[in-house]
Design a binder for this molecule. Structure first.
Ligand code: HSE
Length: 414
């Protein structure tokens, strides 16, 4: 039997107003927005002002409302709203990846204690149905990796950079189009991609990771010389959220990657997102769709609301099955480091150098580094350096040991 849903909506920005329209157009749902709470009474909105209230308790303490949809920017305020809603026995749908990634265990527990659902499909990949697929479809298949572009703003900026559009100009356009976070640092420094990766890792591998323990390096430092390097080698630069099993451990990071023409991500442009799931039996599967913007994100929220009609809950089945998995930073990867300053490149400990280029204004070096060492550098705040991951697969310490003697330059014992 379908549940009748009375929705209390927090937020009427890009996604909230999109949801209002999408929900009004959908004939299939027995759901209506009973109340909308917003913060700023002076802001001009697309529907009459008598639709709005400014007092959250009008939703949270309203017994007729059984679903709270939280779509506000401020993640601290959103945390209080979501917590209270769950405590008051209301189902919650949220798109706030920062809030969810930072408080995941607590919120899962609260939802369970109060026998309500807490759904967040729109928090990762916009319109792409990735969370529910990881949760349901792949349950019996053993997942080996998940990687993709899950931030529309940075993909938009990187795509524009291929056409010579400057970083600041492209970011401004992404803000105008409603893709960027209120604080775009979250996008360009890879935080948004990291929060989304925390959720992907939870649903793919059953691991709960504190966002503070996951490395994020964004696109702020990428320079025209790096884009030119990519062009010469036939690559494009994409910001990846990536996690995979390496032997019996899980590794993960957010960093810019070079991708070649035969890679799924090469043609994924502008605000589009794409995620590839690799599993032992099904092999690789690609999900692609708009990762930001009003209607695409609202469509994922709508899908969660629709699932609530049938009492849908995430069961976190992999958390129980594979709780023996551990997260590690102990692996090797092949990177490119570009800089105007040779000394800056020399600070990065390479275990094997494959290529060196030096000139008056631009230098680069490619080779293998140990991730646990590189992750200590505060790379988002090192504007003189750009690190971009090369296409070679990650290697475990054991696998790297087998090839490191090929080094033409030096080997460091560890
Ligand atoms: N700022 C985010 C992005 C919005 O650009 O992908 C969607 O989560």
């Amino acid at each position: 039997m379908r549940n009748k849903l009375n929705i209390g909506l927090f937020g009427f920005g890009v996604v909230g107003s999109g949801l209002y329209e999408v929900l009004n157009q959908s004939q299939l749902l027995d759901a209506r927005i009973t109340k909308i709470v917003v913060k700023d009474p002076s802001k001009k909105r697309s529907i009459p002002s008598d639709n709005f209230s400014f007092d959250g308790t009008e939703i949270l303490d309203n017994n007729e409302i059984n679903v709270v949809v939280e779509l506000i920017n401020d993640s601290s305020a959103a945390y209080e709203i979501v917590k209270k809603a769950l405590q008051n026995g209301k189902h919650v749908v949220s798109a706030n990846k920062k809030l969810i990634a930072e408080h995941l265990s607590e919120l899962i527990e609260l939802a369970s204690e109060n026998s309500v659902s807490f759904l967040y499909e729109a928090a990762v990949g916009g319109s792409i149905p990735i969370i529910r697929n990881l949760e349901e479809y792949y349950n019996n298949d053993s997942l080996s990796s998940i990687q993709g572009i899950v931030n529309g703003t940075t993909n938009y900026i990187l795509t524009q950079s291929n056409d010579g559009i400057a970083y600041n100009e492209a970011l401004k356009k992404a803000q105008e189009l409603g893709f960027a976070e209120a604080d775009p640092t979250l996008d360009v420094d890879g935080f948004d991609s990291k929060f989304k990766l925390v959720l992907l890792i939870k649903h793919a591998f059953g691991l709960t990771i504190d966002p503070k323990d996951l490395f994020n390096y964004g696109i702020r430092n990428i320079k025209p010389n790096d884009v030119a390097f990519a062009g010469e080698k036939g690559y494009r630069i994409k910001l990846f959220s990536r996690a995979e099993k390496l032997n019996d451990k899980v590794v993960g990071l957010v960093a810019p990657h070079f991708v070649s023409q035969d890679h799924f991500a090469y043609q994924v442009n502008n605000e589009f997102n794409a995620v590839v799931v690799e599993a032992v039996f099904s092999d690789k599967q690609l999900f692609i769709g708009k990762g930001a913007g009003s209607y695409p994100t609202a469509s994922a929220v709508l899908s969660d609301i629709s699932a609530l009609q049938f009492d849908y809950k995430y069961e976190y089945k992999k958390t129980r099955k594979e709780d023996q998995l551990k997260f590690t930073e102990d692996f090797f990867l092949k990177v490119y480091i570009g800089s105007s300053f040779i000394e800056a490149i020399n600070e990065i400990p390479f275990y094997r150098i494959d290529e060196v280029y030096q000139s008056e204004n631009y230098n680069y070096q490619t080779g293998w580094v140990k991730f646990s060492e590189v992750s200590k550098f505060n790379l988002n705040h090192r504007p003189e350096l750009s690190l971009i991951v090369l296409p070679e697969p990650f290697k475990s310490v054991k696998e790297f040991n087998a090839v490191r003697s090929e080094s033409r330059h030096f080997v460091v014992e560890y």
